[in-house]
Design a protein. Structure first.
Length: 544
């Protein structure tokens, strides 16, 4: 019987491999900060493994993290993986009920958090019977916070002297690498179980040259945040190739041009397009040398202007957390940006992805529709462990989304005869603002919690190629004195900053269907008028 040799398909296994081949080559480097070679990364990740083991973390345990995208955030994640534990990074804007919901989903016994967000966790601790320890990333816990019933330690204490690197077996493709939380487009945020096979499929060796056009000489620029998929993908991609990942905790527009000089491959976002177009022409040669992956930036109004000025190679991707490996992609010069009717190209159902993923456009009964017909995009895995394993502690949502063996994206699209897919609309009721997906239901729940609000509806307001949160509010009769400004001040304390509405319309009633559901299609098409309150025009700033 022939023995099958499995290739390294997890980041710990790749790190071990590269440490043996190129121990002195840089793997991770923080801009204006420290750097770690492959050899050092292997040792330090195993020290983290020993620290987690000493802290009581075992196989299958979940550790929630609220931190910036740094070398330590990557090494601590790999340390958890060495012992079979699972990281669940959380949006650092989460607070209150949204944070509580995530912690209850994961049932994590340990939370890692920066000091600036520590109080959010401590405020919830009386409602979290399973939480026993908090690790403070960037400071030693004060005596006041140590009075909490929780055990609170600093990273320095966690990594105290006496630790020896813990040598363990690398995880398998079917082991869970992390739990990444979706935006909650049709309800509460869901924790997507991400197997190592899924993370590995995205930057697979076969496709690194054909799709990414990357090799070991490349420098991949990786901005945060730590809770988005790219923060997991790019260190893995670099380790696959023996390349370098250049890191920033979060995107800084003021340094984008400088960062571009240090990297060869970087992400393109609408706000980056705007910023680079404002630079003096003297900066053009530097930018022209780069390669970008553009995601949904192709639908941005200034995309063509950007292309004309800089003449770049831009890789367009369409995917989501659950698919990991972007099921649709193309280089922007393959096809025009729209299908002639203004619809944005998402990419192509590419033969290079076969047999990993297959894309279909289907009707409400999951039957394929003809080319040129609007339907829902669904994605089917062709090999095991290349897509999410479902949602943590949410079996019904898992079954609904993965019905008939296919992942249902909730996006209405058209596929042409060549396999190019064009975005029509979101079937799911979501809002996408500056790269963040926002659940209208979560916004509405926060608005309705104000005693002066009788009912409300949240929709996307299209503005300059992006979306802003717009709310239509009917007040209770006794609270007619409530103003939009006072309502927004209330919501600032309730919602993550990216979810705070920009536009407020006070209305006497909401349009409804015959079954008394709110007709959001009518609200989405409602023009912004003089009676619409605009947070930006009124000078109301949402603090960080």
């Amino acid at each position: 019987m022939r023995r099958v040799t499995r290739r390294a398909e997890s980041l710990p296994a790749l790190l071990e491999h590269q440490a043996s081949r190129r121990p002195a080559s840089t793997w991770l480097e923080e801009i204006d900060g420290r750097r770690v070679t492959y050899g050092e990364g292997l040792v330090e990740s195993r020290l983290w493994a020993a620290a987690w083991r000493r802290a009581g973390v075992g196989q299958g345990d979940v550790v929630v993290t609220m931190q910036h995208h740094t070398i330590d955030s990557v090494l601590s994640w790999v340390g958890l993986a060495w012992i079979g534990a699972i990281e669940s990074p959380v949006n650092t804007d989460y607070r209150g009920d949204l944070l509580l919901q995530v912690l209850e989903q994961t049932r994590a016994t340990i939370v890692v958090v920066r000091e600036e967000w520590l109080e959010r966790v401590l405020d919830l601790s009386p409602r979290l019977s399973f939480l026993r320890k908090v690790v403070v990333v960037d400071a030693t816990a004060s005596e006041e916070t140590r009075q909490s019933e929780l055990e609170i330690v600093s990273c320095e204490e966690l990594l105290a002297d006496g630790l020896e690197p813990l040598v363990c077996t690398a995880p398998e493709p079917w082991d869970t690498a992390c739990i990444l939380h979706t935006s909650g487009t049709t309800g509460p945020s869901k924790g997507s179980l991400m197997p190592w096979g899924q993370l590995h499929a995205f930057p697979s060796q076969e496709d690194s040259t054909a799709r990414w056009r990357l090799d070991s000489d490349d420098v991949i620029l990786s901005w945060g945040p730590s809770y988005h998929l790219p923060a997991k993908i790019w260190p893995h991609q670099a380790a696959l190739l023996g390349a370098k990942t250049l890191m920033r905790p979060y995107l800084r527009l003021s340094t984008v041009a400088e960062d571009a000089q240090l990297a060869s491959f970087m992400q393109l976002l609408p706000q980056i397009i705007d910023h680079l177009l404002t630079l003096p022409r003297a900066a053009d040669p530097t930018i022209r040398e780069k390669r970008f992956w553009g995601g949904a930036a192709s639908g941005y109004p200034r995309f063509d202007e950007f292309k004309r000025r800089f003449g770049l190679d831009i890789l367009l991707l369409f995917g989501m957390t659950e698919t990991g490996l972007a099921p649709l992609w193309c280089w922007d010069d393959e096809v025009g940006g729209t299908d002639g009717s203004g619809r944005t190209v998402c990419g192509r159902a590419h033969e290079l992805l076969y047999p990993y993923l297959e894309c279909r456009v289907v009707d409400e009964y999951d039957q394929e529709v003809l080319a040129g017909t609007v339907g829902e995009l669904v994605v089917l895995p062709g090999v095991p462990w290349v897509m999410s394993g479902g949602y943590a502690e949410m079996p019904i949502a898992t079954l609904e989304t993965w019905r008939n063996g296919a992942f249902h994206t909730g996006d209405a699209v058209v596929m042409d005869e060549r396999g190019y897919v064009y975005f029509v609309d979101r079937i799911k009721d979501s809002i996408r603002r500056r790269g963040e997906n926002i659940s209208s239901l979560e916004v509405e729940a926060a608005v309705r919690s104000h005693p002066g609000v009788a009912e409300c509806a949240a929709v996307a307001a299209r503005l300059d190629g992006d979306e802003e949160v717009r709310i239509f509010v009917r007040l209770v009769e006794e609270e007619q004195a409530l103003t939009p400004a006072r309502l927004i001040e209330y919501l600032i304390e309730k919602l993550p900053r990216f979810m705070v509405p920009r536009f407020v319309d006070f209305v006497e009633s909401l349009p409804r269907t015959p079954t008394q559901k709110v007709r959001k299609v009518a609200l989405r098409g409602a023009p912004i008028t003089d009676s619409t309150w605009d947070r930006v025009e009124e000078g109301v700033v949402v603090p960080r």
